[in-house]
Design a protein around this ligand. Structure first.
Ligand SMILES: *[C@@H]1O[C@H](CO)[C@@H](O)[C@H](O)[C@H]1NC(C)=O
Ligand SMILES: *[C@@H]1O[C@H](CO)[C@@H](O)[C@H](O)[C@H]1NC(C)=O
Ligand SMILES: *[C@@H]1O[C@H](CO)[C@@H](O)[C@H](O)[C@H]1NC(C)=O
Ligand SMILES: *[C@@H]1O[C@H](CO)[C@@H](O)[C@H](O)[C@H]1NC(C)=O
Ligand SMILES: *[C@@H]1O[C@H](CO)[C@@H](O)[C@H](O)[C@H]1NC(C)=O
Ligand SMILES: *[C@@H]1O[C@H](CO)[C@@H](O)[C@H](O)[C@H]1NC(C)=O
Ligand SMILES: *[C@@H]1O[C@H](CO)[C@@H](O)[C@H](O)[C@H]1NC(C)=O
Ligand SMILES: *[C@@H]1O[C@H](CO)[C@@H](O)[C@H](O)[C@H]1NC(C)=O
Ligand SMILES: *[C@@H]1O[C@H](CO)[C@@H](O)[C@H](O)[C@H]1NC(C)=O
Length: 776
């Protein structure tokens, strides 16, 4: 700013200053030059040819095209097009505003351009760069004056180079004279204020602002010149006040490669202004070299260490941020971080995140690219809850189809999890055995069928969700399997008691009722009978019993008949297997067809003739298995009287002699096979015959006898007998053979004695018996 003021002062001063002030240095190329004005110039050695120093005086033999005087000259027709020659003016390192003034001459007679006169300002021995000013064409046979306002000061130094570049026309002449260093500001070229360095972050727009003072006309062209040569035209030129203007240059989105020295140049035919070189510093925004480090991972957080000790790019770091995103998520979030460690909160469990660090240096666009990411996964969290909605889809007798709500990640809170379905139920007849089972479900499955279950059984089911962090058990739900047909009744469980015409049958509930027994059904049928009178097979009969009545008494059956029984249980689903058994009723004693006591057919002293009628078998076939016996019993008053059909018959066969020997009063007088009594026939008791080993001795006339007819049936080791009294023989008639009796037994005498004494009593008793029989 101080320099800018000084410049303004200098400019105002210069307006009044005499133009003829002595230059500080310069070359006029005269032979007798002013020693107060030192001249230093040199011809470059690296170029194509040399400028010629000429002296043309009036009268010398020279082409009329050249003006008189001493100066540097290039004869264009002597050189090839494109060839160059440089003249270098002395090195300058001024402390104050100054101006370099020179005169030039460009002329060919026919108006073609001899070439281009270009001027370079090389600072501190640096590269030549591009010309700050040039002139081409043919400008008449006269000298022109131009100025250079170079704002490069001590301790920097610069050199001005004058370049002759031969044009393709190769006509005419180029001349250069009176190169002067004036220690006051230029009148025809603007002076730039000091141009400051510009620092930007890579990728940003850089802006150079060139402030200049002096004349600025329409013809003025403003450029930003890069030391290496490239030119940038001004974005805008603005007049700030009288003789002061501001040229702005924009470098869009600069990169590191554009870092260089730049200067402002104004160009006009009458001269050029050149600013000092300022530096464009392009900073690379910083980026960490390494990813952040994971210190700890939780289900909903990650603690990381930024790990920003090594960076790519430029400091200083003024801000650190963390950018994180779900690896497969669409969004990213950025958090500012002030410490070296940072805790990321509110993350989803079992989810992969990418975390990178952002570093920022000062200035716009100072934030560097995100560093390499840390890819880290949060841990699983405990499951939110147990699986819900356990219900049946279908219930059958032996299987359960179950379903439940499908599980989402928001419930499992982990991608690794298992769902187990656990169930238990009792088994065994006494339900003392418990079956427990846990099945691991396939992933994503929310249905399952439990098979091979017992029917009509409570099955307790629960679902369990497990992940590495925890386990949640659902509530136990109880389902009952459906009923099935009952199992069979065990044949061993049937117990029975057969009677002659009844059977008592008892059974047990099936071992596998498979439901609620509603009834038992028993059917039976006669299949075989030893009684030919029974038709076999007989009709089938069925009865049903309530579930609590596991027994039945079957009555009105045929004796000696085999029945086939089948017993089965029933549930709501139907009947189970039947248990079969055959039961045979006991045979019955044979029965007699004597409506009343028949009168004897005939009677003598020693005999009585009775009518024998065949008995009915009642279960046992009379013809083959039955024997008839005629029993003769001596009637005694003390003895209890027998009623016909009474059970108190005569099971033990007893011959007359045996009875006599044992002192018994009855004996078997005859035994007849059933075949010998096909129909009713008379039989004489006491006929002195022997029937099947039984002697039928003549009866004692003085004794009273009772005659019994007995039938004995045998069937399968069982004996049934029936007897009936069919006659009575009175006593106390004259005995024709008393000796016979006495021969047989002395006891008989005693018996006879008693007989005589009690005759009256006997008659009375007999009368009473007759009365009773008549009434019956
Ligand atoms: C310039 O060069 C041409 C061709 O060589 C020559 O004819 C002419 O005389 C030269 N001019 C001067 C002044 O030497
Ligand atoms: C500029 O000033 C420095 C120190 O002040 C001096 O050494 C140098 O010679 C000066 N240069 C000119 C050209 O006066
Ligand atoms: C001379 O300057 C003009 C603009 O003034 C420019 O267009 C041209 O390229 C320059 N020529 C050389 C050889 O520097
Ligand atoms: C940079 O310059 C370009 C035009 O050159 C412009 O479109 C862009 O908006 C500028 N950027 C900034 C950050 O100013
Ligand atoms: C889980 O997400 C599903 C949709 O994906 C939604 O219907 C359900 O309500 C969510 N459950 C919970 C506990 O947030
Ligand atoms: C269940 O009870 C039965 C008898 O009621 C017994 O024989 C069996 O061993 C028991 N089983 C168990 C597993 O206790
Ligand atoms: C069986 O149950 C019925 C009612 O269901 C009842 O009336 C009957 O008395 C019961 N029988 C026995 C033997 O308990
Ligand atoms: C019926 O017969 C069986 C053998 O068949 C026998 O054990 C049982 O005692 C008999 N019952 C009666 C009342 O005679
Ligand atoms: C009975 O028969 C036997 C021989 O068998 C005979 O000796 C006896 O005299 C007979 N008795 C009568 C009374 O006829």
């Amino acid at each position: 700013m101080a320099r800018a003021q000084a410049l303004v002062l200098a400019l105002t001063f210069q307006l009044c200053a005499p133009e003829t002030e002595t230059p500080a240095a310069g070359c006029t190329f005269e032979e007798a030059s002013d020693p107060a004005v030192p001249c230093e110039y040199s011809q470059a050695q690296y170029d194509d040819f040399q400028w010629d120093q000429v002296q043309i005086h009036p009268g010398t033999r020279a082409p009329a095209d050249l003006p008189h005087g001493s100066y540097l000259m290039v004869n264009a027709s002597q050189h090839a097009p494109g060839q160059r020659a440089h003249v270098i003016f002395q090195s300058l390192s001024e402390n104050d505003t100054h101006c370099v003034q020179f005169s030039y001459f460009l002329y060919s007679r026919d108006g073609h351009s001899p070439g281009t006169l270009g001027i370079y300002v090389r600072v501190n021995g640096g590269p030549l760069g591009s010309a700050v000013w040039n002139m081409t064409g043919s400008h008449g046979r006269q000298w022109h004056q131009a100025e250079l306002a170079v704002s490069t000061f001590w301790p920097n130094e610069y050199q001005v180079l004058f370049e002759a570049l031969i044009s393709p026309d190769r006509r005419g002449y180029m001349g250069l004279d009176d190169i002067l260093l004036l220690s006051y500001p230029c009148a025809k070229a603007p002076h730039f204020s000091r141009l400051g360095d510009v620092e930007v972050n890579a990728g940003q727009n850089a802006s150079f602002q060139c402030m200049a003072a002096g004349r600025a006309a329409e013809a003025e062209r403003f450029l930003l010149q890069r030391q290496s040569g490239a030119l940038v035209p001004a974005a805008s030129v603005r007049h700030i006040s009288h003789r002061r203007f501001l040229a702005t240059f924009l470098l869009a989105s600069v990169s590191r490669s554009e870092q260089d020295l730049y200067r402002c140049v104004s160009q006009a035919p009458r001269g050029a202004g050149v600013s000092n070189f300022a530096e464009l510093i392009v900073k690379e925004p910083p980026t960490p070299i390494a990813p952040p480090q994971l210190l700890r991972a939780g289900p909903t957080y990650l603690i990381i260490q930024l790990n920003t000790n090594s960076i790519i790019g430029d400091g200083p770091i003024v801000r650190k941020e963390i950018e994180y995103r779900m690896s497969r998520g669409p969004w990213a979030e950025v958090h500012a971080v002030s410490l070296q460690t940072y805790k990321l909160w509110h993350l989803d469990p079992d989810t992969e995140y990418e975390i990178s660090v952002l570093l920022t240096r000062p200035g716009d666009g100072g934030t560097g690219r995100p560093g390499p990411p840390l890819i880290s996964r949060t841990k699983c969290a405990e499951p939110m809850r147990a699986p819900k909605g356990l219900a049946f889809a279908e219930i059958q007798a032996r299987q359960l189809m179950l379903q439940w709500e499908p599980l989402g990640y928001n419930v499992t809170r982990c991608h690794t999890y298992t769902v187990s379905l656990c169930y238990h139920y009792t088994l065994g007849s006494s339900h003392n055995q418990t079956i427990r089972e846990c099945m691991k479900m396939e992933r994503g499955v929310s249905r399952y069928t439990i098979k091979n279950l017992p029917p009509y059984r409570n099955v307790h089911v629960r679902l369990i969700l497990t992940n590495p962090e925890g386990r949640k058990e659902g509530k136990e739900v109880t389902f009952q399997t459906d009923e099935d047909v009952p199992g069979g009744i065990a044949a061993e469980s049937l117990t029975f008691t057969p009677l002659e015409d009844m059977i008592f049958l008892k059974w047990e509930e099936p071992q596998e009722p498979n439901g609620l027994i509603t009834q038992y059904e028993i059917s039976y049928q006669s299949i075989e009978s030893s009684d030919p009178a029974v038709n076999v097979p007989g009709p089938r009969r069925t009865i049903s019993k309530l579930r609590n009545e596991t027994y039945h008494v079957f009555s009105n059956l045929h004796p000696g008949t085999t029945y086939l029984f089948s017993v089965r249980a029933r549930t709501g689903k139907g009947f189970g297997q039947a248990a079969l058994t055959e039961i045979t009723t006991n045979i019955s004693a044979p029965s007699f067809d004597y409506a009343d006591m028949p009168s004897p057919l005939g009677e003598s002293e020693n005999t009585i003739t009775v009518l024998l009628r065949p008995a009915q078998g009642r279960g046992a076939p009379i013809r083959w298995e039955t024997l008839y016996q005629v029993i003769v019993e001596e009637e005694r008053p003390r003895r209890l009287r027998r009623e016909p059909g009474s059970q108190d018959c005569f099971p033990v066969p007893l011959t007359f002699d045996a009875a006599l020997a044992r002192g018994l009063v009855h004996y078997f007088g005859a035994e007849l096979a059933a075949s010998s009594l096909p129909e009713a026939m008379p039989f004489t008791v006491g006929d002195n015959q022997t029937y099947r080993g039984f002697w039928n001795p003549p009866l004692e006339p003085r004794k009273a006898y009772l005659i019994y007819f007995q039938a004995t049936s045998h069937l399968k080791g069982e004996t049934r007998l029936n007897c009936i009294r069919i006659a009575r023989k009175a006593a106390c008639k004259e005995s024709k053979r008393p000796l016979e009796v006495s021969q047989r037994s002395e006891e008989m005498g005693l018996i006879l004695g008693i007989c005589a004494g009690g005759l009256a009593v006997l008659i009375l008793l007999l009368g009473a018996i007759i009365i009773i029989i008549r009434k019956g």
